[in-house]
Design a protein around this ligand. Structure first.
Ligand SMILES: NC(=O)c1ccc[n+]([C@@H]2O[C@H](COP(=O)([O-])OP(=O)(O)OC[C@H]3O[C@@H](n4cnc5c(N)ncnc54)[C@H](OP(=O)(O)O)[C@@H]3O)[C@@H](O)[C@H]2O)c1
Length: 216
């Protein structure tokens, strides 16, 4: 599968490595596709990987992952070209974090709207699935949890087929599966969950946790 990843930070690099390690053909899209950072990532990532502009990554992907700062999500979609995302699964990993008052972060949209919904509205002919946004980038691929706990990953979206595809992807990354919370409007609560996740992480002194999961 050809995977285009919009973004070049922690999440983009982790997922890019994950997809490439599972045999997919990955292009990371950045405003600076030839940066030293990305040259380094390409060198140490096994598999078929390349970098390009945001537009090139969007065109490259049969599946496209959006992993930019929340405040840049809409601009990144414009840079990708909405028409290049039509008919495709778009995995939205973003969070609308407002960091202006420090930690824990606030949200710049929430409760009656969400970034996931805004992304889906911008892309009415794409199948947007919110996923990975409640998980630390270090746990996205080959997650390491205590033996007694194997949490599913929370996802939401409007298209059942797209969610089944995401379920297959996260299983291939070593997760036990997904917990489908419903339509894309459930992004309101998945995104709102993140400031809580940060607060729990600071209390526990770890970023490896999946705070929604309390194993019975
Ligand atoms: N870090 C985590 O553990 C984690 C976990 C779950 C979800 N998330 C969410 O995933 C997203 C990415 O997080 P991250 O930690 O990977 O962030 P990051 O390391 O800070 O990287 C952010 C990326 O945003 C891109 N970007 C910024 N402005 C842009 C613009 N105007 N147009 C296009 N791209 C732009 C940058 O790409 P270029 O500079 O290369 O263009 C950069 O690669 C965020 O929404 C975050 O809330 C993060």
């Amino acid at each position: 599968m050809k995977v285009g990843i919009i973004g070049s930070g922690n999440v983009a690099q982790a997922l890019g490595r994950g997809f490439a390690s599972r045999g997919h053909d990955v292009m990371l899209g950045s405003r600076e596709p030839n940066s030293e950072k990305l040259e380094g990532w390409k060198k140490k990532t096994l598999g078929k990987v390349g970098t390009g502009t945001v537009l090139q990554a969007a065109r490259h992907g049969e599946v496209v992952v959006l992993s930019v700062h929340g405040k840049a999500a809409e601009a990144a979609i414009e840079a990708a070209g909405r028409e290049n995302l039509e008919g495709k699964l778009v995995i939205d990993t973003t969070n609308p974090l407002e960091m202006s008052e420090g930690l824990p972060p606030g949200l710049f949209v929430g409760v009656t709207d969400s970034l996931g919904e805004r992304v889906q509205k911008m892309l009415p002919r794409s199948h947007v699935v919110k996923a990975f946004n409640t998980i630390a980038s270090i746990q996205m691929v080959d997650p390491k949890f205590p033996a007694s706990s194997s949490p599913p990953m929370m996802i939401c979206g409007n298209d059942a087929k797209a969610k089944t595809q995401v379920d297959g992807i996260v299983r291939s990354f070593g997760w036990s599966g997904t917990l489908d919370l419903g339509g894309i409007e459930m992004s309101r609560w998945m995104e709102a969950f993140v400031p809580l996740w940060v607060t729990v992480g600071r209390k526990l002194g770890t970023w490896h946790h999946v705070a929604e999961w309390v194993h019975p």
